[in-house]
Write a protein that binds this ligand. Structure first.
Ligand SMILES: NC(=O)c1ccc[n+]([C@@H]2O[C@H](COP(=O)([O-])OP(=O)(O)OC[C@H]3O[C@@H](n4cnc5c(N)ncnc54)[C@H](O)[C@@H]3O)[C@@H](O)[C@H]2O)c1
Length: 273
């Protein structure tokens, strides 16, 4: 494989694992992040393993920075063959009744606007080159809704919808567009929380039929599979990688109890009785 692969938010977690895996498979990789230090570390790791990579500092929620990033990639590698929209911010643990405007706008701008801006630039390049793969990292939250992260779930649902439209529009040009919907992933952040005995992680893990989180490496492996040249007819799909969590018991009742106790509006209601 010698595809130019751009992965947003690949300085850590799932994106890092994807960048390392595609580079190991012989693809030139563009590591993008808003965090320079970790992004550059991933590129160093790629180079130490004999791969090719560059780091581009860009905020995907800023359309000017996104255009510049695609321009720089074209200058360096000539094109983008694979785009993986992975950059994201976590859910904020806030009931809708308590949610500040900034929380909503921040999440929408990174996840949904960022995915749209990058997808549009990639589509323009891929239509001209005649081949492409776009994979958007959504979440099972985008399929189920999730108590305490309404903004995150809505952004991910938007990403899923955008994926399906793009699959219809770009399919005729030999470009497939799919979404991956992970459940809880064993990223360093989540593993640290688990080690600290987080009840959030413990409850979530109990709801996974296979009894474990997905590893970032498993997600990377699936993406490589979807991008293989022999697999050109998987298009417009949402692939859950969650150990069966989406079809299992949700942790919503746990989150509802947890956040109800912290909610200022619900406290106000209690006092007014
Ligand atoms: N970890 C999970 O359990 C899980 C589950 C489902 C979906 N996801 C999704 O997977 C993706 C990666 O998550 P992760 O757990 O690896 O998170 P992470 O925090 O480890 O990595 C996200 C990366 O995105 C970068 N980033 C944030 N805002 C950015 C911006 N505006 N522009 C460019 N880069 C930006 C961060 O600096 C960070 O390096 C996210 O889209 C997340 O919503 C994660």
């Amino acid at each position: 494989m010698n595809n130019v692969v751009l992965i947003t938010g690949s300085g850590s977690g799932i994106g890092r694992a994807i960048a390392l895996r595609f580079a190991k498979h012989g693809n030139p990789v563009v590591v993008n992040d808003i965090a320079r230090e970790t992004g550059e570390q991933v590129v160093s790791e790629i180079e130490r393993n004999g791969g090719k990579g560059i780091f581009i500092l860009a905020d995907v929620s800023d359309v000017t920075q996104v255009k510049k990033m695609f321009g720089e990639t074209k200058e360096k590698f000539g094109r983008v063959d694979v785009l993986i929209n992975n950059a994201g911010v976590p859910g904020t643990f806030s009931l809708i009744a308590d949610m500040p405007d900034e929380t909503w706008h921040k999440t929408m701008s990174v996840h949904l606007n960022g995915t749209f801006y990058c997808m549009r630039e990639a589509a323009r390049m891929m239509i001209l080159s005649g081949w492409g793969r776009i994979i958007n990292i959504a979440s099972i939250a985008g399929l189920m809704g999730t108590v305490g992260s309404g903004e995150y779930a809505a952004a991910k649902a938007g990403i899923i919808s955008l994926t399906k439209t793009a699959a219809k529009e770009l399919g005729p040009y030999n470009i497939t567009v799919n979404a991956i919907a992970p459940g809880m992933v064993g990223t360093p952040t989540n593993l640290k929380l688990r080690d600290k005995g987080s009840p959030f992680i413990e409850t979530a893990e109990k709801g996974i039929p296979t009894g474990r989180m997905t590893t970032p490496e498993e997600i990377a492996e699936l993406l490589l599979f979807i991008c293989s040249s022999t697999l050109s007819n998987i298009n417009g799909q949402v692939i859950c990688v969650d150990g069966g969590a989406e079809i299992s018991i949700s942790m919503d009742s746990f989150m509802l109890d947890f956040l109800t106790g912290k909610s200022s509006i619900l406290k106000e209601k209690e006092h007014s009785k």
